[in-house]
Design a protein around this ligand. Structure first.
Ligand code: FNR
Length: 185
């Protein structure tokens, strides 16, 4: 059975390694994960004063796209040993109005990506902390820290390393089973 998921990418740049890795996870899922890449770069910074009956249209678009999916894959780079502000803002926007969080109960998984050696471990675990509070059942294993990203992604954004592709396939398969196990739908 195909699972409808959102993919949120914490990098806004063209040519993002993180986006390339997320795309490869979806490819390697062989149809098990039907992904919608939900964009977060245009969301105004969360401000409760704006969260009225007529909130910014970008927030409304984001919340309604997220309402349609069963689970979420977070793909994050590391900025200063944490995850980027764009992703934190998306979490904040989706968590409100109080009592109407779009995250609550949705299965999730995190993949963190860096050209450095430690695979954005800091970003991965800071994000994990927020998702615990948001009550998202989080895939525990395999943990996905993709280091040396420039060596596994080519100039066309394709992951050419067979080992990395094999790992991403295992990750996609396990996440699909995790959704089946934990989804309230
Ligand atoms: C970085 N980068 C970075 N890398 C890392 O491994 N740990 C870190 O703490 C940081 N900090 C950091 C801060 C800021 C503001 C920027 C712009 C970058 C480097 C980062 O991993 C690199 O730019 C990646 O290419 C970003 O991922 P995408 O955009 O390729 O997906």
């Amino acid at each position: 059975m195909s699972r409808k998921i959102a993919v949120l990418v914490g990098s806004l740049r063209q040519g993002s390694f993180t986006r390339a890795i997320a795309q490869t996870i979806i490819e390697e899922s062989a149809g098990q994960l039907e992904a919608r890449f939900v964009e977060i770069g245009d969301l105004p910074l969360y401000n409760p004063d704006l969260d009225t009956d007529t909130p910014p249209p970008q927030w409304t678009r984001f919340r309604s796209e997220m309402a349609e999916v069963e689970a979420v894959l977070f793909a994050t780079p590391e900025y200063n040993r944490s995850f980027p502000a764009s992703l934190k803002n998306a979490l904040d926007v989706g968590s409100r109005p109080y009592g109407h969080s779009i995250w609550n109960g949705k299965p999730a998984a995190i993949v963190s990506v860096s050209p450095g050696a430690i695979g954005a471990f800091g970003a991965n675990h800071h994000l994990r902390q927020a998702l615990v509070f948001l009550n998202m059942p989080l895939l525990q294993q395999p943990e996905a820290y993709i280091g040396k990203a420039a060596e596994v992604v080519d100039e066309n954004g394709k992951v050419h390393s067979p080992d990395t592709r094999a790992f991403l396939k295992t990750f996609a398969d396990t996440f699909s089973r995790w959704i089946a196990l934990t989804s309230p739908k």
